[in-house]
Write a protein that binds this ligand. Structure first.
Ligand SMILES: Nc1ncnc2c1ncn2[C@@H]1O[C@H](COP(=O)(O)OP(=O)(O)OP(=O)(O)O)[C@@H](O)[C@H]1O
Ligand SMILES: [Mg+2]
Length: 135
């Protein structure tokens, strides 16, 4: 079956719906090439979750912490990790107890990335549309 093709508005709506419905303790892996919409989707998921803290600053950070009505939500962006061992210093114990853990480029954290409860794969279709598979 071919995955659905979504424009920006549809992808944000899908993210918001996910954010509202994901069970507490979900670990979401976001996969897909550069610019495929992972961060865009994360922001929509957080919005759907009802987080009140501001979105990620333009400065690169490995971990962004947000608070929502259901507890802490963490957004990890592992893109800049040159080696999985660079993830060893993260407070994985705290991250594991989060309401929501959203991980971009999880493959770069190797075995440090907690197993996914949901895997989302995004892909370019054209400039304005993306494919999105949720497993
Ligand atoms: N249908 C769409 N869905 C998502 N993003 C879209 C869509 N159409 C255009 N875009 C644009 O594509 C860009 C996606 O960038 P984004 O930072 O979300 O990607 P990313 O997968 O997180 O990239 P990176 O791997 O560099 O972190 C944004 O500028 C967004 O506005
Ligand atoms: Mg990103």
């Amino acid at each position: 079956m071919t995955p659905p093709v979504l424009d920006l508005t549809a992808l944000q709506a899908a993210g918001a719906a996910l954010g509202a419905s994901l069970p507490s303790g979900s670990v979401v892996w976001l996969e897909g090439e550069l610019g495929s919409g992972k961060t865009t989707l994360v922001r929509a998921i957080l919005e759907g979750r009802g987080v009140t803290t501001p979105g990620a600053s333009p400065t690169y950070a490995l971990v962004h912490h947000h608070e929502g009505p259901r507890g802490a939500a963490y957004h990890l962006d592992c893109y800049r990790l040159r080696h999985p061992d660079e993830a060893a210093d993260l407070d994985w114990e705290t991250l594991a107890t989060a309401d929501l853990l959203l991980i971009e480029w999880p493959e770069r954290a190797g075995a440090w990335a907690p197993p996914a409860t949901h895997r989302i794969r995004l892909g370019h279709v054209d400039e304005d549309t993306r494919s999105m598979e949720v497993a």
